[in-house]
Every structure is written in C-alpha cells, then in structure tokens.
Design a protein around this ligand. Structure first.
Ligand code: SF4
Length: 385
C-alpha cells in the first residue's frame, strides 16, 4: 500500500477499533485492489473475534428443493425448469416425508426448504409441506421459503404478508432463509431478475417476518455484473433494516456460479474476491452477529480460509443441495460431521454445533441421533427480538 492508501486504511482501522460504524465510502475503499487483502482480513478477524470469540459454528442439516419448476427466469439461475421441460419435477408428499425421515435418521436439526414458484401449485401445496413435515418430525427446525416465495404466496392468496407468515408459522415454519436478495440496487437487480420480488418487497417481507417473531437470514449474490458500490449499498440496506428490527441472525455472502446460467460468459469470482467480500461484509455489518462462509458455493478450502477473514460459521453437513450444484458447483454434495469439525479445528477455532437459531446443540453420547438445544450462543440482546 502506498502512503496515501496506508493513511486512509489507518483511519478505517481506528474507526473499527473504536467500534465506530463504517460509511459507504469506507466500504468502497476496502474493495480497492490497492488495499492489501491481508490487512482487510486482519481487521475483519478482529471484529469476528470480538463478536464471537474463538469458535467456528456448524450445523447438521439437509436441503429440500421441492420443485424446480418456476414462473420466473432469473438470469443467474441454473436450477429452474419450464413446466413441460423433462428436467422439471415437483415432489410428492411421500417423497417430502421420506426426506424428513432421512433427516431424522441422520441427526439433522434443520431442514432448509427453498425452490421454484410452480405455475400450477397453489399456496396450499407449499403450506401443506410445512404442516406434514412439522407434525411428523416436530423436532426438526423448518427454515423455509425465501422472500421471493412469500411474495408469490401473497400474490396467490391475495392476503397480506403478515397473514401469510403467521399462517405458515402456525403450521410449523420456524424461520426464513435469506435468499432472493441478490443485489438490491436497481441498476443491477433489473439486469438479473426484473420480474421477481423487488428490493422493497424483499425488505418489507423480512421486516414483517421479524415483527411476527420469525428470525431470518440475509444474503448477497456477488461476482457477476455488480460493482463495489452496489455491494456496499446492499450491505448498508441490510444494516439499516437490522437497526430497525434486530431480526437477522446471520449474513451469507453468496458467490455467483455462472455455469448453465444466462450469464455463463462471466467468470466466477476468484478466491481472493470471496475472501475480500467476506471481510468487508464482517466490517460493514456491525449489527449482524454472524457471518457464514457457505462452503457449497465457496468451495471447502476457501470457506475454511474465510474463518480467518471474518466468518464464524461454515454452514452444515448439507444433504441434497441442488441449486448451486446445477450451476456448476464442484463441491461435494455432503460433508461428514468429522470433516466439518476438522475443517474448523484446522483453522484454529473450536467447532461448536449450533441449531438454526444459534443455540448450542447437545448430543446424546450413546445415541447421536438424539439431541437437545441448549443455551443461545449469543449475548441476550442479539439472541432475542
Ligand atoms: S432464482 Fe428462484 S425465482 Fe429465480 S428463476 Fe431460479 S428458482 Fe425461479
């Protein structure tokens, strides 16, 4: 770094050390290639340590993508299918319950449920899925339906967002994933997915979810047509909602995978870009407790390195993930618990199993499949709404 860059970086370091909030300009500066990645990473690591101590979280989870048929055509999506395409599928109740049984047999604490917006499936099909899984396997936390799906249910039912969320909660929805955020700024969003839930809808649905007592996650899809300004603008919009509600529990930067998408001429982001985005996210989102390195998208090695660049969570064992594997992710489809724990230990952190809402999981020593959720891993003010 030259003298000028060093001086500007020092200003930012002073702010971080004093726990002062970083500005839009600060964030954009941290993306400047002239700013040493290692220096940005060290600063993010300081914040990670201050917020979460010397631990790395993981969970034992499975994915359920009940249909890939989708009315939308997002340009970055390799997962979707047309209604009459041979690739299209929609799972039966039996297949869905089988997935719940398999999850229970494997000691999963969470099922992550997201998919397409099927032209012919009514809201009741999506609702019923939550209801049957919850009544058959009540211990499994159902983290389901992105804001894009909730927006679709609002359209289908002609009811309010609050009604939809309370209705789903009443039959067993436990929390919401953070997908569908992509990049909020219209200069980018309109190029990626102009028809699906817009930025206002995404923010409003998460706000309402927090108001009805559902914790949610938040994400950002980066590494395609956006610039540093759009990324920082996105993070600041999330930070503002978090100031208002406190309902986000973790932020997950999602690396774009171009294969089989309408943006396949683009290159996927480099590992250096992944690490810088992880670190900048940790530094900008001063009010979000956890930052997750989602190994499925980053690759196992980069996710492990990300634990030194601001991330404190590496996601889960993950079974049956289809969305990013359809887009060319070459990561394994599943990581064993030993492998995940080793990845975290090798990075110098203590591996701790958490449930979806960040409570410590206690396993029965005789029977691994039996577990209970214990105390929150977070300070009380961030653990509860
Ligand atoms: S990203 Fe989601 S909403 Fe967009 S096309 Fe793919 S499945 Fe449909």
């Amino acid at each position: 770094m030259n003298q000028e860059t060093k001086a500007r970086f020092r200003e930012i370091r002073d702010k971080v050390e004093a726990k002062e909030r970083l500005s839009l300009d600060d964030g954009i500066f941290l993306y400047d290639p002239a700013v040493s990645l290692q220096a940005v990473g060290e600063l993010a690591n300081l914040v990670r340590q201050r917020k979460n101590g010397n631990v790395g979280y993981y969970n034992i989870n499975t994915h359920l993508n009940p249909t890939n048929v989708c009315v939308y055509r997002c340009r970055f999506c390799a997962f979707r299918s047309d209604l009459r395409d041979p690739k299209g599928y929609a799972m039966s109740d039996e297949q869905i319950l089988d997935r719940g049984r398999e999850a229970t047999e494997n000691g999963c604490t969470e099922m992550h449920i997201v998919g397409g917006l099927h032209h012919q499936k009514p809201y009741e099909w999506y609702r019923n899925m939550i209801e049957i899984l919850h009544s058959e396997y009540p211990q499994i936390h159902l983290k389901g339906w992105t804001a894009v799906e909730i927006n679709w249910f609002e359209f289908q039912t002609k009811k309010s967002i609050q009604w939809v969320l309370e209705d789903l909660k009443s039959v067993g929805l436990g929390s919401m994933p953070g997908g569908g955020a992509e990049i909020f700024h219209p200069e980018v969003r309109d190029q990626l997915c102009e028809h699906k839930a817009n930025t206002h809808a995404w923010i409003n649905i998460h706000r309402t979810a927090h108001q009805v007592g559902l914790r949610t996650n938040c994400t950002m899809l980066y590494g395609h047509v956006e610039q540093a300004f759009h990324r920082i603008d996105h993070l600041i919009r999330l930070r503002e909602l978090q100031d208002e509600t406190g309902g986000f529990q973790v932020f997950i930067p999602l690396a774009f995978h171009p294969e089989n998408t309408k943006l396949s001429d683009l290159k996927k982001p480099s590992a250096l870009m992944d690490l810088r985005t992880m670190a900048v996210s940790r530094l900008m989102l001063d009010n979000v407790q956890h930052i997750k390195a989602y190994w499925i998208m980053l690759g196992v090695e980069t996710a492990q390195a990300a634990l030194a660049y601001g991330a404190d969570d590496i996601d889960g064992t993950v079974r049956h993930e289809l969305i990013y594997h359809d887009a060319g992710a070459t990561t394994p489809e599943f990581l064993s618990i030993d492998k995940i724990r080793n990845l975290i230990s090798e990075a110098g952190r203590e591996p701790i199993e958490r449930d979806t809402v960040y409570r410590r999981v206690h396993r029965d020593e005789q029977d691994f499949k039996k577990w209970t959720s214990g105390e929150s891993v977070d300070a009380p003010q961030v653990a509860t709404l």
